[in-house]
Design a protein around this ligand. Structure first.
Ligand code: XBP
Ligand code: MG
Length: 269
């Protein structure tokens, strides 16, 4: 049975609920500062999250608009400019303390650190956004907490492509089956699986009901042992948070099942 050597974290939706009150708001402020009347309400932004990568998301939406530049180079340049402004404004929102870590995240990061399980980041978001988010939480040495950090600009193709996971494993020198990913979205789960990395899901606001297949376990968040599938054994006192022992249990169980050719959990809720 393989040990668990590394936990690979997705960022947006998993470490923190960054999208609705962070990236979305910052995009709208960036549109306004560019003199554009474009606005993404919560529902529209949820639809757009099917496209990973903020600049790619914007280009996708621009293609539906009559008032966007018609030449591809002009469109690219505008998207690049708005996206850069968005990231600056996002940093401001994060600095204002608007985007805390999701409950249970800090404890699990600490458990991994004290018990010698390597920590990695595997995200499609820009490095600057990860630095903003985690700098506020951990101070200027935040990156020292992670053995590797693979972001959107480090790969040619974003999730659901497995590239960020493949690169994180390569840098960590860890085999895929000795790692475990934590994700919130179907694209993230697909990316981890395509890299051969077993994955658990903590549901986020925008993917609360999205059909997700192929995870070892799916639950509402790391802060609770309630509502997980498969069920988490609860302490005699009742509800508790998800810890490294739970991750090790799921990981070991997956190894045992893979040995007997049992497929990943098929679940669509
Ligand atoms: C989520 C994304 C990102 C963010 C915005 O990535 O798709 O595009 O929405 O960030 P993940 P950028 O869940 O893998 O962290 O504007 O920097 O792309
Ligand atoms: Mg995510």
């Amino acid at each position: 049975m393989a040990a668990l050597d590394a936990v690979l974290w997705d960022v947006d939706g998993t470490l923190a609920e960054t999208e609705r009150d962070g990236h979305r708001v910052a995009f709208n402020l960036a549109f306004a500062s560019a003199g554009l009347a474009w606005r993404w309400d919560e529902m529209r932004y949820g639809e757009l999250l099917e496209v990973t990568g903020g600049r790619e998301r914007l280009l996708h939406d621009m293609a539906t608009r009559a008032d966007e530049p018609t030449d591809p180079l002009g469109r690219e340049a505008l998207a690049r400019r708005i996206h850069a402004t968005k990231n600056t404004l996002y940093a401001g929102l994060v600095q204002d303390g608007r985007i805390p870590l999701r409950p249970g995240v800090l404890d699990l990061l600490e458990q991994c650190r004290t018990r010698g399980v390597a920590l990695g980041i595997a995200t499609t978001t820009s490095r600057t956004n990860v630095a903003s988010l985690l700098g506020v939480q951990f101070g200027r040495d935040w990156a020292d907490r992670f053995s590797t950090l693979v972001c959107g600009e480090d790969v040619e193709r974003k999730k659901p492509d497995p590239a960020v996971y493949v690169e994180a494993l390569r840098r960590l020198r860890v085999e895929a089956h000795r790692a475990l990913a934590i994700e919130d979205s179907p694209a993230g789960v697909a990316a981890a699986r395509a890299a051969g990395v077993p994955v658990i899901v903590t549901r986020s606001t925008y993917f609360a009901d999205a059909p997700i297949d192929g995870a070892l376990a799916i639950g509402p968040g790391l802060h609770t042992s309630h509502g997980w599938h498969p069920a988490v054994p609860e302490a005699s006192g009742g509800d508790r948070s998800i810890g490294l022992d739970d991750l090790m249990h799921w990981h070991a169980h997956w190894h045992a099942s893979s040995a007997s050719q049992t497929p990943f959990l098929q679940e669509s809720h």
